[in-house]
Design a protein around this ligand. Structure first.
Ligand code: ZN
Length: 475
């Protein structure tokens, strides 16, 4: 008798998991069917090529895509007109998928394998047109799965503007928009398929403005006080400081205004600084010392100084529980194979980067799983990762070997290569979100790891303070 009950239970269990697998397969099939439509959406955003906080058309298109699928839209969140949240379902668990859609100034480029400007103000050199679209596609597929499998919970798409230097997500985190989220998923376009632990540098940036007194530089220099002297004195001090800061810290600056003519003592000068390091607290300390150098420079040159915080992000907090899950799903999804036409295009792109032929194997394969990564750049996903357990990946949307922020990245992003690569991410995010909704023990484990890594006494400090979103930083 007991055997019979056991057998019946086993059959029920198998039938259920088979049904769950069928539902997942159907959802992936549906994603495949819609891939052309998603490709068109990405192409539209690629053509809009809107810069940070100016992404009106891109944001509106993604909002429409989500609302047509039954998502409720909250727009203009965190005081940012182009930020929005699209939501489906109710209650816990709440899974967030992040999407970006801002373009980069100076990178206008046609979808051809040689440098050819499309004569636009900007171009999608970081592939955010794919980023936003594939994340939206994943959120929709997860919604379809929730419906088909009658699963409770909430799926949200976060429309996140101005990642490139605008720190858009930091304002969204600061406003508490992630406080009730259980897990956040993201991805990024790239030159390979990888879901290893990510890393990013914490970063704080500001424009230091010096004010002096203008005078004829030859006839009455004693009456003048040079704002440019203020900038130069500050830079000299900061450059000396480099020897006395923790290793691996980065400080960069550009002089954004240095006067107009040598025979006029400049009454205004401005220098734009970035400080970066793998740990937020080190960045806070270095940035404080930079402001001290600015104050000292103003004092010594008889000028005055103020500064405006422009950006500030945390480093990325990894979560290996989630990362391993995402890697396994990416492995199931697999990379992309190029058509003859795509091979011709990618060979030509590869030639411009000094390679004979495109490395097709890298586009097809998945990079081995690694639990540690080196940080080179910064991202505002860092702030999300210190608020909720967060996991990300990259897929080969560019010809292997292509660096981000290059015309080659813009070009591939405007072809079928970019759109195929983006669907690898859409599928992997979908499978990962489904796993989390279907097995909430994974969420519990990810949260335990998150709390341990963040540390018991962690307090969130928005690195850009209480400044309002810098909505005009690209105008
Ligand atoms: Zn990017």
């Amino acid at each position: 008798m007991r055997k019979v009950v056991f057998l019946a239970l086993l059959i029920m269990f198998c039938a259920n998991s088979l049904k769950a697998q069928d539902t997942t397969d159907e959802v992936l099939l549906e994603l495949n069917k819609k891939s052309e439509a998603y490709g068109d959406i990405a192409q539209n955003i690629w053509e809009f090529a809107e810069m940070g906080y100016l992404e009106e058309k891109s944001s509106a298109l993604l909002q429409k895509t989500m609302s047509d699928e039954g998502f409720t839209i909250k727009k203009g969140v965190a005081g940012i007109p182009t930020a929005f949240i699209a939501e489906y379902g109710s209650g816990a668990p709440i899974i967030a998928i992040l999407g970006e859609y801002d373009a980069l100034p100076g990178l206008s480029q046609k979808a051809v394998p040689e440098r050819a400007s499309a004569n636009m103000a900007a171009g999608h050199g970081c592939g955010h047109h794919l980023f936003g679209t594939a994340s939206a596609a994943a959120a929709i597929a997860v919604k379809d799965w929730m419906k088909a499998s009658n699963t409770k919970g909430t799926i949200r798409f976060y429309g996140c503007p101005a990642e490139e230097g605008g720190s858009g997500k930091v304002y969204m985190v600061r406003d508490g928009l992630f406080n009730d989220v259980d897990i956040a998923l993201h991805w990024h376009p790239g030159a390979q398929n990888a879901a290893s632990a990510g890393a990013a540098l914490a970063n704080k940036s500001a424009k230091f403005r010096f004010y002096g007194i203008s005078a004829h530089a030859a006839a009455s220099p004693e009456k003048g006080r040079s704002a440019l002297d203020g900038v130069e004195a500050m830079n000299a001090m900061v450059n000396m400081m480099r020897e006395h800061i923790p290793e691996k810290a980065r400080i960069h600056y550009v002089i954004t205004s240095g006067g107009k003519a040598p025979n006029v003592v400049p009454d205004f000068a401005e220098v734009y600084y970035y400080a970066r390091h793998g740990k937020r607290d080190v960045v806070l300390n270095i940035f404080d010392r930079i402001t001290k150098a600015a104050e000292g420079a103003a004092l010594g040159t008889g000028t005055t100084m103020d500064y405006e915080l422009i950006g500030g992000t945390h480093e990325l907090l990894p979560n290996l529980t989630l990362q391993k899950l995402m890697h396994d799903n990416l492995t199931k999804v697999e990379g992309i194979t190029y058509t003859e036409e795509e091979i011709v295009f990618s060979d030509k792109i590869s030639n411009t980067m000094g390679y004979d032929k495109a490395d097709l194997e890298t586009a097809q394969s998945i990079q081995p799983y690694k639990t540690e990564a080196k940080a080179f750049g910064s991202t505002d996903v860092g702030d999300v990762s210190f608020t909720v357990p967060t996991v990300g990946m990259s897929s080969a949307t560019w010809v292997p070997g292509t660096p981000a922020h290059s015309w080659q990245a813009v070009a591939a992003g405007g072809t079928t290569i970019g759109k195929k690569g983006m669907m690898v991410a859409a599928k992997t995010l979908t499978l990962t979100a489904i796993d989390l909704l279907a097995n909430q023990e994974l969420i519990r484990q990810a949260k335990a790891e998150f709390l341990e890594r963040r540390g018991a006494d962690f307090v969130y400090i928005p690195l850009l303070g209480d400044r309002p979103p810098a909505l005009d930083y690209r105008k």
